[in-house]
Design a protein around this ligand. Structure first.
Ligand code: FAD
Length: 415
């Protein structure tokens, strides 16, 4: 029987980072996935390392915005009517977590993770020889209305308190940074400390290669085979059964497939999202990701082209793709930036794994000795993968964690 110190289930950016941090601390680790590293959700994101994030997305408080979503007119969000009864409890919990006081609590407990996000990636990128994928040009958020820009007051005050650099810009200053943008907006904010990746898939693969260079093994296997034997956790892999004293579930939106049968039922929801790559028309190009905040999409320059990513779709994880948001937002996107022909035949779809309080779960699994959890990173899995890897590895190896992990514990849902 093959045996390691720890099995990490899921080789997305989160699981790969956990495996790498454990291997850096001298543990014998196997990273098990049914696909090659980074090919699910961690492939398709906008590549932004959002260390500037202060407020998580909140349930819309503006009745007009809510009505637009309900009437399926909103480019920001879509839903499948048949899925509403299933997602209703999650939406009610999300609504409760969107109250001002709860949001402020989230802002403060998430700050230690966001504050380290860029630095933790920089360390791993350097060690993995992948620094060429890192772009330190910040990101630009554009605002079409004075009202939306004025609403940023509280965010700016907190950014100052936390020491997060930002620069409010007028249209000319924004176009000095991104000359291909059309002046259809009135304001912009340049968050200078934000970094981005030109190829998130290549980065996860580089972290997996670094993990292997440190002695870690990447194995093909089905995480659903995880079970407890006398003293160990066992998983079936293409190379045979594998035992370990510790197992980590880092399966992103797929975690409930494995945790449910073990009796661990945490309120994970799914926000599906899409991307499609486009060529820039003529010489049009971008130097950094640009967010059209009120319409709700991002244009991220990638090795593959300009990646247009959409907002949230509330639908069953495995239901067929319905990329209707592209039709709703493309006129606005083409108005902002001269998008040329699509590069991909069809849009890509992935599922953001989201807890209603917008925090991940990082720590011990309730009621299961030797089982650990690292999932539910919502809009920020790419951002927080390496930070999560470090925190969990510190907890698993008895080191002093760089921050208090209590706010990310699964126990919070039982209080
Ligand atoms: C459109 C879009 C844009 C985004 N933009 C950003 C952004 O700019 N910045 C940011 O920080 N985040 C962004 N995100 C969020 C981010 O991509 C996710 O939070 C992150 O990828 C989650 O990583 P993960 O490792 O937890 O999950 P995943 O990447 O999904 O990894 C889970 C792994 O588990 C494996 N797996 C599943 N089931 C099994 C099984 N039964 N057996 C074996 N293996 C299994 C899968 O193959 C997969 O490799 C975006 C998401 C979307 C959808």
């Amino acid at each position: 029987m093959a045996r390691v110190d720890a099995i990490v289930l899921g080789a997305g950016i989160v699981g790969t980072s956990v495996g790498l941090h454990l291997a850096k601390r001298g543990l014998a680790v196997a990273l098990v996935d049914r696909r090659a590293p980074g090919e699910e959700t961690s492939y398709g994101n906008a590549g932004v390392i959002e260390g500037n994030t202060i407020f998580p997305p909140a349930f819309p408080s503006d009745p007009v915005a809510l009505l637009r979503v309900a009437l399926k007119r909103s480019p920001e969000a879509n839903y499948h009517l048949s899925f509403l009864p299933q997602v209703a409890p999650w939406l009610i919990a999300f609504h409760a977590a969107s109250r001002p006081q709860r949001l402020m609590e989230t802002v403060r407990v998430m700050r230690p993770l966001f504050a380290r996000a860029v630095a933790e990636h920089e360390t791993l990128l350097a060690e993995a020889g992948a620094a060429r994928y890192l772009r330190k040009e910040g990101w630009l958020k554009v605002y079409r209305s004075d009202r939306a820009f004025r609403a940023l007051k509280r965010e700016f005050a907190l950014a100052q308190e936390f020491g997060i650099p930002y620069r409010p810009l007028d249209v000319d200053a924004a176009r000095a940074l991104e000359p291909s943008l059309t002046p259809v907006f009135r304001h912009a904010v340049h968050w200078q400390g934000v970094a981005s990746l030109t190829n998130p898939l290549a980065v996860t693969k580089a972290y997996a290669a670094r993990f292997a260079a440190l002695g870690g093994v990447v194995l093909s296997g089905n995480a659903r085979s995880l079970r407890r034997t006398d003293e160990h956790w066992r998983v079936e892999t293409a190379d045979g059964p594998l035992d370990a004293g510790a197992a980590v579930v880092a399966l992103g939106p797929f975690a409930p497939d494995v945790l449910g049968p073990l009796g661990i039922k945490l309120p994970l929801g799914i926000k599906r999202g899409y991307h499609r790559h486009y060529r820039g028309a003529g010489n049009a190009a971008l130097s950094r990701p640009v967010v059209d905040t009120e319409i709700g999409y991002c244009l991220a320059p990638m090795e593959q082209g300009i990646r247009l990513t959409t907002g949230a779709e509330f639908a069953a994880r495995d239901a067929a793709p319905t990329p209707v948001q592209f039709d709703r937002l493309l006129p606005a996107a083409k108005g902002l930036f001269p998008l040329g022909d699509p590069v991909d035949a069809v849009p890509w779809m992935g599922s953001r794994p989201c807890f209603p309080d917008s925090r991940p779960v990082i720590g011990r699994a309730p009621g299961q000795d030797g089982l650990w959890l690292a999932y539910g990173h919502a809009h920020w899995g790419l951002t927080l993968g390496p930070t999560t890897g470090r925190l969990l590895a510190e907890m698993m190896t008895g080191q002093t964690p760089f921050c208090d992990p209590a706010p990310y514990g699964a126990e919070r849902f039982n209080r």
